[in-house]
Ligand binder design. Structure first.
Ligand code: CP3
Length: 356
């Protein structure tokens, strides 16, 4: 059953998603669990491969909690990966050291027909078990975020067989065989919707949909392959699990961010690093709660430049409108952990904009 309830009064992250301007803003960081933490590397060594870690509820709970212990973030994000969906649909997947993900690329209509939505939740049972374990283990004031990749971004990995610079193969399907590509997107909307609802039922209090490669598409295709599928997912969650906030992350969407927000109906939107905060305050904050958008490289470099960049985000986006402090993309492995502590200090002790 759904565990949805009124936003807990003592979870600042959920209060902001419900539309309240909380000060100081709640903070969490995309990819907050991971290789920049020595304790993650240690757990990862005992787990075996990265995928073994994703499918080991006990260890996945542990690595999710590690950054909370150090920094007291306002939200925990389930430790998993966006590529468990293709894996659950039956596609071969491996993470090779230093190479990133490698998938057995979809090439033909037959490959598409083999994808099996029926086995997804069964395959992902360990991940749902991790969500359940986290719901019990996190502090009372911390919110639990579930997540999935957006259909477009996940489709790029499925068709390219891994990362890509130009998405040429995926675009060949999307532009040249939209009938086929639509079938893949429909499969992903179904599987991803089932998965997110199951995460909510296991205890996730909000969900984030990562569309990392949204910025690769021209306008008409952005509307068709980014906005429409995320809109379908959002409406399904709002209908079947009302009250659960949905955060969209259409990375690189630029001027199309406001249309993305309006046409998908997301509760909140994660702003990427390239988006000017002043523009976002005017064009996006009247439409939805915002999250973001410090450059992760500022956290690598640290020092006075990090302080100034943090203050800029706080001043332009925080204070009078509901905003969640975050990065504009995931934290990178070379980040010194002490710089994250410095950032947290700066956010937690920031004077409210407008107050003297
Ligand atoms: O802490 C968290 O944010 C939760 C965990 C999380 C991971 N991946 C763990 C991970 C989340 C939310 C993701 C999302 C994800 N995965 C995205 C979307 C967000 C983004 O960063 O753009 C994408 C595109 C992926 C796919 C993916 N996973 C790639 C391309 C790679 C290899 C590159 C890299 O960063 O290593 C991964 C691996 C991955 N996912 C790691 C982690 C901690 C590193 C694996 C390791 O420990 O060896």
């Amino acid at each position: 059953m759904s565990q949805s309830s009124a936003p807990s009064a003592d979870k600042p992250f959920l209060r902001v998603l419900a539309g309240e301007a909380v000060w100081p803003p709640p903070v969490w960081l995309m990819r907050q669990a991971g290789r920049y933490l020595p304790e993650y590397l240690e757990t990862r060594r005992t787990a075996g491969s990265f995928l073994d870690l994703c499918y080991n509820p006990e260890l996945a709970v542990e690595v999710t909690l590690q950054p909370l212990r150090r920094y007291g973030f306002d939200a925990a994000i389930l430790f998993s990966d966006i590529l468990v969906i293709p894996h659950a649909l039956g596609q071969d997947l491996a993470f090779r050291q230093g190479e990133g993900p490698v998938l057995d690329a979809l090439k033909t209509e037959d490959d598409l027909a083999k994808l099996d939505v029926g086995r997804v939740l069964d395959h992902l049972r360990p991940v749902l078990e991790t969500v359940g374990g986290l719901a019990k283990a996190i502090p009372d004031t911390t919110a639990l975020i579930g997540f999935a990749g957006a259909p477009w971004t996940v489709a790029t990995y499925m068709i390219e067989g891994g990362g890509s610079k130009d998405f040429a193969k995926t675009k060949a399907w999307a532009y040249g065989r939209p009938d086929l590509f639509e079938r893949l997107i429909d499969t992903l909307v179904q599987a991803t919707g089932d998965y997110l609802i199951a995460q909510i039922d296991a205890g996730a209090e909000a969900v984030q949909i990562f569309d990392t490669w949204a910025g690769a598409l021209p306008e008409a295709d952005f509307r068709r392959w980014v906005v429409a599928p995320i809109g379908r997912l959002t409406r399904r969650i709002q209908t079947e699990r009302p009250g659960i906030p949905v955060i969209g992350f259409p990375r690189g969407a630029g001027l199309l961010y406001p249309d993305f927000v309006r046409d998908t109906g997301v509760t909140a939107v994660s702003l990427d690093t390239s988006l000017p905060c002043g523009w976002a305050a005017e064009a996006i904050q009247p439409l939805a709660v915002t999250q973001g958008n410090l450059d992760p490289i500022h956290v690598v470099v640290g020092g006075a430049a990090l302080d100034a960049a943090t203050d800029h985000v706080l001043k332009t986006l925080g204070g009078h409108r509901p905003h969640v402090f975050n990065l504009g993309h995931g934290i990178v492995p070379q980040t010194p952990p002490e710089n994250v502590a410095r950032l947290m200090d700066r956010v937690r002790n920031a004077p409210r904009p407008g107050s003297v």
